[in-house]
Design a protein around this ligand. Structure first.
Ligand SMILES: Cc1ncc(COP(=O)(O)O)c(C=O)c1O
Length: 469
């Protein structure tokens, strides 16, 4: 008998973002097979993947077309270095990403693609490029600075942590990160400027405010200008902040904010690691920026780039940024940055197949149907007293659990309300992961309408069981 994988895991594996003391208490779910939106474990149990394998999976597991693209590339070569060599799938993928990024909107055209491995590394490349570009074009002084949104999460490498600092996650290495500024995110449900009493509806639809969040942006930018140290770049997750707790932006906020940032003279770094590839709406653009008509200076992509198959990321930028790094070798203007697996052909071939699927009209129509159905199904959650806010953008949903909805009183984190609800969902055969008190539903595009209904009713029943119906 081969050793039991659950046993080996508990003996040898250290899991990310996991209190291992809790992990070691119960036998883990060991997933070993999947097809479409269904996953199977080694004990013969079946689950629906309602979290798209931590927001990566687009077309479902074990997709025949993605499998074929990967297999075909395997018969040629699994990896060649991008340090010194080109490879056909990476070249084609770069051209296709640039094509897809040329949506109608305000801002520069993206034209160059820097490949890396993960969301964090996509951000890391953008941060370094923006920093150095500003230094090169504005002169060595003043030192470039970054502005990002409060609560934003951009990855776990130190540059990404610097623009997405959270005292809970990163307090232990505060001394290692560089200083950057944040401005309040438009979190309508918990906005101190929202004077509306809670209703049984998405807070964006009944908020009552004077757009004070935009005043805050104005103030930040003006203070930086006055100090003689303007920002070099603004880092933003367009349309909805993911790990901050699925916080969607009210209509118009992104456009207004980006216009102000541009007037200030700063670059825009759009972190579409979570929002990219149609996740926020099956409109004509694959990107949340495109939906809002904002063309950033940097577009950071990962997670869904390969349909969720392989770790691969891309940082798209403009010709202007690229040109600032050109020169005679002896000038040492080279972007001295890269990874061993940059431009990996297996990832690139799979990404091309995924983009092909995404742009099929049938695929878009199905996503539109899923979005409509998800909106309707979610209505049922308002009957539950522990539901404070239900917010959805495209196929991304956050359900905020509260102890008392008329006062928006949250559960203390120690109560593990989100974790307990997700455990109850897993017992009923639906897998997802909470962000504190927010339960996430992010179905892969392979999900059928019936599976979608099961995901929502399971969430409903799990909340009822754990927190009262
Ligand atoms: C918006 C955003 N940016 C960056 C990252 C980091 O990506 P990765 O985990 O692939 O490093 C994440 C991960 O959840 C994310 O949601």
């Amino acid at each position: 008998m081969p050793p039991d994988p659950a046993h080996l895991d508990q003996r040898f594996v250290w899991h990310p973002f996991t209190q291992m003391q809790d992990w070691l208490r119960t036998e883990p779910i060991v997933l070993d097979r999947g097809r479409g939106s269904v996953l199977h474990d080694t004990r013969g149990r079946t689950y629906l993947d309602a979290n798209a394998s931590i927001w990566t999976n687009l077309h479902g597991h074990n997709h025949p077309l993605l499998n074929r693209a990967l297999r075909e590339q395997l018969t040629k070569v699994a990896h060649v270095s991008a340090l010194g060599f080109a490879n056909p799938p990476a070249s084609r993928l770069a051209a296709e990403l640039v094509r897809q990024s040329r949506f109608r909107g305000e801002g520069p055209r993206l034209g160059k693609v820097f490949f890396s491995d993960d969301g964090s590394t996509a951000l890391e490349a953008a941060i370094k490029l923006a920093h150095d570009y500003t230094r090169r074009t504005r002169g060595p002084r003043p030192k470039p600075r970054f502005l990002s949104l409060g609560g934003g999460y951009h990855g776990d490498t130190l540059g990404a942590v610097s623009v997405g600092y959270s005292s809970l996650f990163h307090g232990g290495y505060r001394d290692l990160v560089f200083k950057s500024d944040t401005v309040m995110a438009p979190y309508c449900y918990r906005c101190p400027y929202n004077r509306a009493r809670p209703e049984r509806a998405d807070a964006r639809t009944y908020r009552s405010c004077g757009w004070e969040c935009l005043d805050q942006v104005d103030r930040k930018l003006a203070a930086a200008q006055r100090s003689g140290r303007p920002y070099s770049a603004f880092v933003v997750e367009p349309r909805i902040q993911g790990a901050a707790g699925m916080i969607p932006q009210p209509d118009g906020w992104l456009k207004e904010t980006c216009a102000r940032v541009r007037d200030h003279g700063a670059l825009i770094i759009a972190d579409e690691v979570m929002t990219g590839f149609g996740r926020t709406g099956a409109g004509s653009s694959l990107f949340a920026c495109g939906v809002e008509g904002i063309r950033p200076d940097f577009l950071c992509l990962a997670k869904g780039l390969t349909g969720g198959y392989l770790p691969m990321a891309a940082t798209l930028t403009t010709q202007a940024v690229f040109d600032a790094f050109l020169g005679d070798y002896s000038e040492f203007k080279t972007f001295f940055h890269g990874h061993s697996f940059t431009g990996n052909p297996l990832g690139a071939a799979t990404a091309l197949a995924s983009l092909g699927l995404l742009t099929e009209p049938g695929n878009r129509r199905h996503r539109q149907r899923l979005e409509r159905a998800l909106g309707q199904e979610l209505e049922s959650l308002w009957t539950l007293p522990a539901v404070g806010d239900v917010r959805r953008v495209g196929l991304v949903t956050g359900v905020e659990l509260v102890r008392d909805w008329p006062t928006r009183t949250p559960f203390p984190l120690e109560a593990q309300a989100g974790i307990r609800v997700c455990q109850a969902m897993a017992r009923r055969g639906v897998l997802t992961r909470p962000i504190g008190n927010v339960v996430v539903l992010m179905p892969p595009y392979s999900t059928t309408l019936r599976q979608l209904k099961t995901m929502v009713t399971t969430l409903h029943d799990a909340i009822g069981e754990v927190l009262g119906g």
